[in-house]
Write a protein that binds this ligand. Sequence first.
Ligand code: PLP
Length: 411
Amino acid sequence: MSTVTTAIDIKKIRSQFPILDQEVNGKPLIYFDNAASSQTAKSVVDALVNFYEKDHANIHRGIHTLAERSTKAFEETRERVHQFINSAEADEIIFTKGTTESINLVAQAWGSKFLKSGDEILISHLEHHSNIVPWQLAAERTGAIIKVIPINEKGEILIEEYKKLLSTKTKLVAVNYISNSLGTINPVKEIIAEAIKVNATTLIDAAQAAPHIKIDVQELNCDFLALSSHKMYGPTGVGVLYGRREVLEATPPYQGGGEMIKDVSFSGTTFNDIPYKFEAGTPNIGGVIAFKSAMDFIDEIGHEAIQAYEHELLEYATDRLNQIPGFTPIGTAENKASVISFLIDNVHPYDLGQLLDVKGIAVRTGHHCTQPLMDFFEIDGTVRASFAVYNTKEEIDVFCESLQKIVERFS
Ligand code: PLP
């Protein structure tokens, strides 16, 4: 059996995820679908239960004790996100349903004011549909034009081609930090620095990055950044939109309703200050409060240790998988997160996914919400194994042995 060299306490980490300690189809569960959604840490579930059992009340509007308690806990998570991504202020943190809603908020609210006919929006060929379709809708509404930053066969952004696309017409550059399908870690700092030279606004889709690498929005110098709690060991239905104060203040509201107003009469409405201007209606209060525990969980291990450990898993799995006959990796970037997309000769990804499930192994198959990227590789989809900090080399051994047996059956 292989040994893990990176210093993390895997036993302690796994004890936070009782869900992993079960059999699926008579085999110990091996969960390699973390890029879709990671499992929820026990401390997060406990926080959620504690909220509903002890503190539940609507936030901001009440003066009674429970309302004060839930408001305090909700705002503490805002402070926690502010620290976690190093924003200049907590007011730059807006809670949403997830990355998808965060990007739609920008595309609709910012886009409606700042995009006009002939303006250019740059996105990359690596984007998730949620960083493509909102821009297509914004382009339809405003007459702006979408331009696509090309990639190479490894699945890496072609920086020189990107620079050629930039001009004074570029109003927005929106790219992901890490590709969910291939695991490519994009040089977002350089991408942002180039965008700033032409005064373009920048948005980083950090859905895949937040659980794996330290995010520092001030160092990145981006205008917007989006992330999802459920990919960070936190609950579903909670996301964040970071926006730089000046940009948020200049952006009109996204949705109208309670909480986002200062004063309403039938002759007009004055809007609340940021961040509340963008938080109409009752949010996912319990989810937001529990999300704080997810960030605590990540920070307790530390991004550096997480990244080093996951990289070790990535290298180990890549070496082993390369020995399996008919294995073809899709996406071989130099700088890669712990995601392996692949095909096996003569076995359809869907069949592979089902056969692995029979062995208790959860992987994702299909286009991973990146159809234009699949078109680039001229394939319909892949099998994707994505590792989290609770995965082990022993699980990778079982996964590779299972794959080997499937290949033998099909050859
Ligand atoms: N962007 C990327 C890179 C993703 O991987 C995902 C989800 O897989 C999303 C955006 C959408 O995230 P959500 O479904 O949490 O809104």
